[in-house]
Design a protein around this ligand. Sequence first.
Ligand code: C5P
Length: 235
Amino acid sequence: MSERDVIVACDFKNRADTMAFLEQFKEEKPFVKIGMELFYGEGPDIVREIKARGHKLFLDLKLHDIPNTVNKAMKNLARLGVDMTNVHAAGTIDMMRAALEGLAEGAEGERAKLIAVTQLTSTSQERMQKELLIPNTMEETVAHYARNTKEAGLDGVVCSPLEAAIVKNACGSGFITVTPGIRYPDGNQGDQSRVMTPAKARETGTEYIVVGRPITQAPDVVAAYRRVCGDFLGK
Ligand code: C5P
């Protein structure tokens, strides 16, 4: 079985808040996800600093451009030492292949995992059909984009935990799913509408869950992280 982990979404507005959060962890070194806001605000040094503190890092920038540009950008992200990063599957199989090659060429050690976004969960089926002119259902589109991702040689896709089974059926169990939208029934759902508990997510076979506010906004963040790890990883 491939490796499984809890990824903590560090959606903080700046470096200071991010470091204040991470400093609370004395024993564990959570796998951290940072996104566009922090990366564009703080620059690549934020990645170097988190990596230097011993965390694994998922850089969630969702690249989508012509293959040559994405290839060169990925080479630079690989040099930063990220452990996981992503692209939009809508960029085509050629673009995803170019991304993977860039990541491999820039890697000093092991190549970072590369995963694709199929359809953003903010896109409804209606908008996808009317605005993007994709006539299929959301499920068919997600499965098709996941198959394209596999054909390009990537490691997996980001999807809702409710879609993990569709992806596993389309691409096989060795193809990784990374699933946000994790909540406890006793917690605040926030803006997430299609949610699942860590224990339920574990039953779907998903390899990675991405958990933000249920950990970052908890009164005791270390206890919250441990609870999620206990339920998802069984430890
Ligand atoms: O705070 P919360 O647990 O909702 O954080 C989930 C994280 O996963 C956020 O960083 C969010 O941007 C990201 N994400 C998501 N849904 C997707 C893709 C990414 O919630 N479809």
